[in-house]
Write a protein that binds this ligand. Structure first.
Ligand code: AP5
Length: 261
C-alpha cells in the first residue's frame, strides 16, 4: 500500500478566514475535478492518490461534517459552527444516512469559495450530490472564472460496496482511510501517518448504509447525465485494488489529454 501524507486542508475544514498552514505548491497545471460515485465506492481513497499525484487538495464535504462532529478536540471556529441549529440538523441527517439539506451544504461551500480558486486546483469529493448543488457549483465557478476539467464517475456493484463500507476504518486526526482487509493499517487500530486511534463511522452501520444507497440512487445518480450532457463525464470501473483503479483513472485523464503519461 502506498503511504500518502495528507495535506492539512485547514481552510476547507474550518472555513471562514482560516488559511492552510502548508498551501499546495503551484503546479504546472492546476487540476479541477469532481469525484462522483455511490457511498463507499472508493472516492476518498482515489482522491488521496490523485492528490499525491496531481497536487490538488481533496475537498470532502463529509470531512467537514465529521470535523464538526468531533469538534471537542478542535478549534473554536469549529466549536461555534457546532452550535448552529442547521449544523445540528445536518449531523442528525448524516447519522441516519440521509443527505444534508442543500441550503446547509451550499452555505458551507460559499464560505469556502477560496478553496475553489486555490492555485493548487481541487478534487471535490462528495459535492455536488444533487442537481441543485451541481447548478449552484456551476454558478460559483462561473463567478470565480474557474472551469471544471472533468467529473470522474466510479462504478461498482452494490455487494462489493457494502463489503468496502463494513470494513472501513478512519483516522479522526488526519482523515486517512483504511480497510481491515484491503488496506490495513500497519499497527492494529492505529493510523500509519499520525498514530491516531482508528474508528468505524456511525453511518457505516447497515441501516444507515441502506438509506445512503437510496439517497444516492434518487438524488445523486441523476448527476451522471447532468455531467455527460456537459461533456465532462469520465466513467471508471472501481473494481480491483486501489492502485489499479488509480492507474485506470490516470489513463482516462490522459485519454482526455488532461495528463501526460
Ligand atoms: P461522505 O463522507 O461524502 O461519504 P460518502 O459519499 O457516503 O462516501 P464515503 O466516504 O462513504 O465513501 P468513499 O466513496 O469515499 O469510499 P472510501 O474511499 O472511504 O458523506 C457522508 C455524509 O455526509 C452523507 O451521507 C451526507 O449525510 C453528508 N453529506 C456529505 N456531503 C453532502 C452533500 N454534498 N450533500 C448532502 N449531504 C452531504 O472507501 C470505502 C472503504 O473501501 C474504505 O475502507 C477503503 O479503504 C476501502 N476501499 C477503497 N477502495 C478500495 C478498493 N479498490 N478495494 C478494496 N477496498 C477499497
Amino acid at each position: 500500500m502506498t503511504t500518502i501524507v495528507k495535506r492539512g486542508r485547514e481552510a476547507w475544514i474550518e472555513g471562514g478566514t482560516t488559511r492552510c498552514k502548508a498551501p499546495p505548491p503551484t503546479p504546472v497545471k492546476p487540476y479541477r475535478l469532481v469525484l462522483l460515485g455511490a457511498p463507499g465506492v472508493g472516492k476518498g481513497t482515489q482522491a488521496e492518490l490523485l492528490s499525491a499525484e496531481l497536487g490538488a487538495c481533496q475537498l470532502s464535504t463529509g470531512d467537514i461534517f465529521r470535523a464538526v462532529k468531533n469538534a471537542d478536540s478542535a478549534s473554536s471556529t469549529l466549536r461555534s459552527a457546532l452550535l448552529s441549529p442547521d449544523m445540528a440538523a445536518a449531523l442528525d441527517c448524516m447519522r441516519k444516512g440521509e443527505l444534508v439539506p442543500d441550503e446547509t451544504v451550499l452555505s458551507l461551500i460559499r464560505e469556502r469559495t477560496k478553496c475553489l480558486r486555490c492555485r493548487g486546483g481541487f478534487l471535490l469529493d462528495g459535492f455536488p450530490r444533487t442537481v441543485t448543488q451541481a447548478r449552484a457549483l456551476d454558478q460559483i465557478l462561473a463567478q470565480e472564472n474557474v472551469r471544471l476539467d472533468a467529473v470522474l464517475d466510479y462504478e461498482l456493484p452494490i455487494e462489493t460496496i457494502v463489503s468496502r463500507l463494513s470494513g472501513r476504518r478512519t483516522c479522526p486526526s488526519c482523515k486517512a482511510v483504511y480497510h481491515i482487509a484491503a488496506r490495513p493499517a500497519k499497527a492494529e487500530r492505529l493510523c500509519d501517518q499520525c498514530g491516531g486511534q482508528l474508528f468505524q463511522r456511525e453511518d457505516d452501520q447497515p441501516e444507515a448504509v441502506r438509506v445512503r444507497m437510496q439517497a444516492y440512487d434518487e438524488s445523486t445518480r441523476p448527476l451522471i447525465d447532468y455531467y455527460r450532457q456537459r461533456g465532462l463525464l469520465v466513467s471508471i470501473s472501481a473494481e480491483g485494488p486501489p492502485e489499479q483503479i488509480f492507474g485506470r483513472t490516470l489513463d482516462a485523464l490522459s485519454g482526455k489529454m488532461l495528463v501526460t503519461r
